[in-house]
Each structure stands twice: as structure tokens, then as C-alpha cells.
Design a protein around this ligand. Structure first.
Ligand code: GDP
Ligand code: MG
Length: 181
């Protein structure tokens, strides 16, 4: 077969949300199969990929995440938001501020043509559900209402907790199945 026919179909998925919510760790969990020992704050764009087999076809899943403040760096941002197949919004369940930032992230995506009418699938992940529940934990019902209103599926999980590893896997794989249709 020619090189061309062997080229894998590639899905570009971007992960957005405030700095520190666990975007890099979720990406690492899905692409490397474990929680990273160390993470440095993402500088610029963080990129990871994994091949998956679906119905006998090999596909490439690219996960892109960026530092929160990159929102304001237009040169990086334009490149980042190009040719996107799906968007994963992430907040930290123990950090209400990261939940309150979601409308700004939605607006940012909207601005780059990834809004509700674009038909680019979007999901919402409440990460760090392994943490002791603080009094001000983001309320699941409130998150569900927000997700419903914005046409996103909501998942609460943890990039860190080993017993959530299968859940993280299934969240991303469900998205890939959806993109493959
Ligand atoms: P990013 O800025 O969104 O990419 O966040 P990182 O993936 O770099 O994670 C930020 C911090 O949160 C790091 O110290 C991680 O170890 C920690 N972290 C990430 N995911 C989880 C999680 O599921 N549970 C807990 N307890 N900590 C997490
Ligand atoms: Mg990061």
C-alpha cells in the first residue's frame, strides 16, 4: 500500500479551562495510561497523541492543551483553534473559580467558530473528584444544568485516582466513537 493509504485519520481535540484544573494530567492519563509524576505548568501549547483502533481502523487522537493565560495570546490561539474536531472543557470540582470561568471559555470557543451551532461536539469534565469534598465544592446539579444549557455531556472524574482510569478512558473513547461516525 502507498504511504498515503496508510495515513491514519486524525482527530484534533482541544482541552480548555483554567490553569491548574488538570488538563495536562487528563491528557497524560489518556495518552500515556497513567498519572504523571511531575507536571510543569504548560508553556504555550501542550500536545500529546495516541493511536486507537476502532472497528478495525487505526485512528490518531491528538489532544492539545494550553495554559490558561494563553487565551490572550492571539498568535498561538489562532493556530490552536484551527481544524478542531471536538472541545473538552475542564474545571476543577474543588475550585469554584474554575467553574465560574467556563462561560469565558465558551465565549472564546464561540469566537473561533466552535460554538453551539458549529456542531463540533463539546463535553464538560469536572476533574479532581478524588479530593476530599470541600464545603465549597462545585455542585453537581449546578454543573449539570450548565452542561445541559450548553448542549454538553457532563462527566465528573479524576485524572489522578487509579479507580477512575477506566472512566477517563471511556470518556475520551466515547468522544472518539462519536467523531468516527
Ligand atoms: P493544567 O494547568 O490544567 O494542565 O493542570 P495540570 O494537569 O498541570 O494539573 C495541575 C495540578 O493539579 C497538578 O499539581 C496536578 O498534579 C494536579 N491534578 C491534576 N489532576 C488531578 C486530579 O484528578 N486530582 C488531584 N487531586 N490532583 C490533580
Ligand atoms: Mg497544562
Amino acid at each position: 500500500a502507498s504511504a498515503h493509504s496508510k495515513r491514519k485519520r486524525t482527530f484534533k481535540v482541544i482541552i480548555v479551562g483554567d490553569a491548574g484544573v488538570g488538563k495536562t494530567c487528563l491528557s497524560f492519563r489518556f495518552c500515556n495510561g497513567r498519572f504523571p509524576e511531575f507536571t510543569e505548568a504548560t508553556i504555550g501549547v501542550d500536545f500529546r497523541e495516541r493511536s486507537v483502533s476502532l472497528e478495525g481502523e487505526m485512528l490518531k487522537v491528538q489532544l492539545w492543551d494550553t495554559a490558561g493565560q494563553e487565551r490572550y495570546r492571539q498568535s498561538i490561539v489562532a493556530h490552536y483553534y484551527r481544524n478542531v474536531h471536538a472541545v473538552v472543557f475542564v474545571y476543577d470540582v474543588s475550585d469554584p473559580k474554575s467553574f465560574a470561568s467556563l462561560p469565558a471559555w465558551l465565549e472564546e470557543c464561540d469566537k473561533h467558530g466552535l460554538g453551539q451551532i458549529s456542531e463540533v461536539p463539546r463535553i464538560l469534565i469536572g476533574n479532581k473528584c478524588d479530593l476530599e469534598v470541600p464545603a465549597n465544592r462545585v455542585n453537581t446539579d449546578a454543573a449539570q444544568i450548565f452542561a445541559d444549557r450548553n448542549n454538553m455531556a457532563l462527566f465528573e472524574t479524576s485524572a489522578k485516582k487509579e479507580s477512575e482510569a477506566d472512566h477517563v478512558e471511556s470518556i475520551f473513547m466515547t468522544l472518539v466513537h462519536h467523531l468516527h461516525r
